[in-house]
Structures are given as C-alpha cells and as structure tokens.
Design a protein around this ligand. Sequence first.
Ligand code: SF4
Length: 396
Amino acid sequence: MFSALFRILRGCTGRVMINLLRFAWRGYWTVKAFERRQRKGQPFFPAFLMLSITSRCNLRCRGCWVTPTDPPHALTLAQLNGIIACARKYGSSFFGILGGEPLFHPDLFTLFETHPKAYFQLFTNGTTLNDEIAVRLAKLGNVTPLISIEGLETESRLRRGRDDVFSRSLTGLRACVRAGLFTGVAASITQRNFSELVSTDYLDFLVKEGVHYIWYYIYRPCGNDPDNDNALDHDRVLELRRFIVEQRRQAKLFIIDAYWDADGKAVCPGAMGLSHHIAPNGAVEFCPVIQASTTFLNSDASNLEKAFQEDSFLQNLRTFSARQGRSCVLMENPGELGAFLTENHAVDSSNRDFLSTLNQRCRFVCHDLPGEEIPERSFAYRLMKRSCFFGFGAYG
Ligand code: SF4
C-alpha cells in the first residue's frame, strides 16, 4: 500500500494530487451522505453516476454492450451540466465518463473545464490519447484516465477487432504517465485473457509503465456479438478473487474491484443504489449492461430527480435484484430479469433487442461465491471496503 501511495506522490503533478486528495475526501463524505439517506429513508439519489456520453467508438470489441448507431447517440452539454448540478445537491461530485469512446465527444473538455470541483474517471480505450490531450487533462487535474486493455497484443487484436490496439493503448497510457496524471488500467477478465492479465508479471509490467491502479472487471457477454464461451467459470472467478486479495498485500499499485465487500461477500453496485447509469440516448438505467428504462432525460436533465424519486422502476429493480441474490442479476438470472422488466413496462434502451432476447440468454457464473468467500487480508483494503463499500441495507 505505501509503495503504491509513494508512486502516486512521485508520479503525479501537484494539481493532479490536490484534486485526487479532494476527491478522496469528498468521495468518503458522498458515501456517508448516501448511507444516511438510505438509512433515514430520505429521497433517493445514488452516490455515483456513470455517464455514457457517446455511443461513437473506433473499435468494435466482442461482448461490448454499446450498439453503434448512425448518427451516434450523445448526451448534450446541457444534459451533462444538468446532471452534475442535480448530483451536487446530494453532495455527489464523482462521475464515471464512458462511451463508446468518450474522447470522441466534442464537448468533453468543456465539461471538465466547466466543473473544476467535480472529479471524472475517463473510461477510454486509449487509442486516440496523445501527449497533447494528456497534458491538457493534467492542467485541469480533475480527471483520472482509466485505459481499458483487454489482453496483450494477440488477445487485444482478437477481442477488439484491430491489429494495433494494444500498442496504441500503450502509447496513450505512456502519454498519461508522462503528463503526471493519476493513471489507471481496466481489464474485463475472460477465459482467454486470464493467464495474461491475472498475473504478477502483468502487474509488474503496469508498475514499470508507471500505472497507479488497475480495475478488475468480470467479463459480461453482451451486445450483438457476446462471445459466451469467453465468460469465466466458477473456478476462474474464485482464482481471480484469491489473486486480488493476495496481491493487495504487496502490489505497488492499487487493485480495485466493485464486486466484493470486506468479508468477500458479493455485492451489486446497482442493487445497493450506490451507482446508476445514464446511456448516450438519455435513458436512466440501473447499470450500463441492463439496457432498459422507464425514464429518458429531457433536454436539460431537469427530470433526473423524478427518475430516481417519483418513478418506482429503479427502486423496484434494486429490490428485485437483491432478492435474486448478491451477484449480477444479468449474468445469473437473465430470464427472471426479462420477465421483471416486461412486467414493469421498461423500454428497451439498447438500440438493439436487449429486452426480447433476455429469456434466450444463457446463465453465467458471476462473483457470488457462497461458502467460499475470501475476506480482505490487507488491513487498509478492509478499512476502505468497510467504510465505503458494503451492502447499504440492500441485502438486509
Ligand atoms: S447487475 Fe451486474 S453489471 Fe449491473 S451493477 Fe450489478 S453486478 Fe454490475
């Protein structure tokens, strides 16, 4: 932990550090405010929002939930400013910025510049990131790039449909490190990339490249080309959990997951209401991969609170998901989820036939490991999970 902290202090610029510390401090109080709202039954508003600001992308990754449209869908600056102003009323100032490829959104930098007190995690494939963009982000200081790398050279090519993806993402990553940004790498773990990305060699490689954190995801076969055979099985999920817990005690970078609490029990950020998602077409969704909704944002997002507080759809889906279990309701209970969404008159917001195909979707193992829970062994991670990442009453 200390070597990871020291590397951040040594690698990031002063402005990036100040914003990171402010985010860490505010993030803690955002979660506490959310916990209080939940406990006291006050009007609901998630602690964090994931914003998919455009469906435009230069890659076509197998299993991606985003369906390309022509023209691409995109949230307007008026909608984005409305969302951030609304979230601020609830003490929330952290936003995940997703796509498609968010760097293709024409107002991305205006968004970052307009909200200097907000903190943004930029989910990017990194292939269009260069020194000029990285230096601009560092000058702002309120953005952490999270670059998705889905395998080394060969696996990146197979998964992302282009020859040079790995080298271009690496070029983008190096530009971020050179600029002194708090730089992260995301990996959605599959059968094929497991041995490459769930290894100490890979963590050492990232440390050598100057990366400060890695965020491990479990691959969710989605979209028009889901690649079901590449999904993890029970033993691989258990092995991933064991690796994460082990490496957290010695790794020189932070290792993040949004699946397990301090005791190794599975949790779903959507079921807890900790985070929800807004799609490029304005759909207010449970999470990025459950592409159905009953509320679409209006031109200035002034109906966002209504979506969370007057429309019972998301509340009902949170309750439904938690009743199905602690794991991922899309992965483990797609048929039941489909029936629930239809009964609740949800509209398909996927730009393809997400809803009607749910009952044909096969069940996948996901991150709930009943009876095989592996608690955090690192004191620091236990503390962080205990204070900021637990059930929030969703599971009784
Ligand atoms: S439903 Fe699945 S993908 Fe969505 S937030 Fe929960 S665990 Fe994550």
